[in-house]
Design a protein around this ligand. Structure first.
Ligand code: ATP
Length: 357
């Protein structure tokens, strides 16, 4: 069973240079959250700080009634056992075969007899589809297999919180799709709390329950996926839609002159793409934390981008044609009252697939 992780006012710097400041967010128990951000904004540093490998300058990381940065080394060692971490490169020992790599945390942190170690290692290797690769060295298997071996090792102590640092880096799109499905299935099976750092926009759009974005030394936004996927906040919109137009430049932030030139050129951000349905477990059953598609938008009076949830069965969506019509009527009234705001948005596009047929 996963646990909630509550981060409050977390700040980290190196040699007086802040990486990020005043980060506050809650990773809900058992849910999948994704953390995005331009390169070098400190996502890996955030994961390492969460797990206690780096000490923050200020702030709290609450797990139950324990505040990690305030724990003694000994207490922290105990709490770390709640975590499983999949590092970017799998972080396997090159001279150990896959079996010994996966068995390592069990031999290091428990007194289990070798027969039990074997049973657990075999179970986790089967879970990640690596049965038969036990005797291979990390250098003898593909990058994708190394990731899965790293994942098996992250799972052997049955962690309640699993952190993934770019699990999809270096993988082709098909392997990324398989890995994402594996992550969803693992979440369903273990009910652990997941935090995934990724640069893959498709992963960010379909895998998580919540999305966060670190930008320019702070947490720009964190919340339910529908909140970010329908956000018109320029940084969020630019990043989630992989656009060049917007505040983020090649070297992180565009300067005022670049932004002015962009505004003068009349180039605008393209419309938000439709929100796709969340990826479901392989058995097709709803995720434990699943909320009806469109529910957040409806409850918060936000109109999702046209075409959203077209791939969710009508009976399961929380945003229906009726809501769209009600919303259109409400917005039309607002438009009539304020005038000069141009034509009303094309809410019918919400079901554009049906309409265009
Ligand atoms: N141990 C350290 N000592 C000093 N500086 C560090 C240390 N670890 C990371 N940094 C710096 O912190 C900043 C953030 O690095 P980090 O690897 O967390 O970024 P990231 O967002 O994960 O990047 P990417 O998306 O490219 O992987 C970088 O400038 C990096 O050089």
């Amino acid at each position: 069973m996963g646990v909630e992780v509550r981060v409050e006012g977390l700040t980290k710097s190196f040699g007086g240079q802040p990486v990020w400041s005043d980060v506050s967010l809650t990773l809900p128990a058992g849910e999948i959250s994704v953390l995005l951000g331009p390169s070098g904004t400190g996502k890996s540093v955030f994961l390492k700080t969460l797990v206690g490998l780096l000490r923050p300058d200020r702030g709290s990381i609450w797990i139950g009634d324990r505040d990690l940065p305030r724990l003694s080394e000994r207490a922290l060692y105990e709490v770390r056992r709640l975590f499983g971490v999949l590092f970017q490169d799998g972080a396997l020992f090159g001279s150990m075969n896959i079996y010994d790599n996966v068995a390592f945390p069990l031999r290091e942190h428990t007194r289990k007899p070798e027969s039990q170690v074997r049973a657990i290692v075999e179970e986790k290797l089967e879970l990640v589809g690596l049965t038969g690769a036990e005797k291979k060295l990390p250098g003898e298997i593909s990058g994708g297999m190394r990731k899965r071996a790293g994942l098996a090792r992250a799972l052997v102590l049955d962690p309640e919180i699993i952190l993934f640092d770019e699990p999809d880096s270096g993988l082709d799109p098909v392997r990324t799709a398989y890995l994402n499905q594996l992550i969803i299935d693992l979440n369903q099976r273990t009910d652990a709390t997941f935090l995934i750092v990724t640069h893959d926009i498709n992963t960010a759009r379909t895998v998580p329950d919540n999305i966060g974005l670190i930008y320019h030394g702070h947490l720009a936004m964190f919340g339910p996926r529908e909140m970010l996927l329908s956000s018109t906040e320029p940084v969020v919109r630019q990043f989630l839609n992989a656009q060049r137009v917007g505040p983020i430049g090649m070297a992180e932030e565009k300067d005022a002159e670049e932004l002015r030139a962009e505004a003068e050129s009349g180039v605008d951000l393209p419309p938000l793409p439709p929100i796709a349905a969340q990826l479901r477990p392989s058995d097709g059953l709803p995720r434990r934390s699943e909320r009806p598609a469109g529910q957040w938008c409806r409850e918060n009076g936000v109109t999702p981008p046209p075409g959203s949830f077209a791939d969710a069965p009508e009976r399961e969506i929380g945003w229906t044609r009726r809501d769209a019509m009600d919303q259109t009527a409400m917005d039309q009234t607002a438009m009539d009252q304020t005038a000069d705001f141009g034509p009303p948005p094309d809410y019918d596009g919400l079901h554009s697939r049906e309409v265009s047929r």
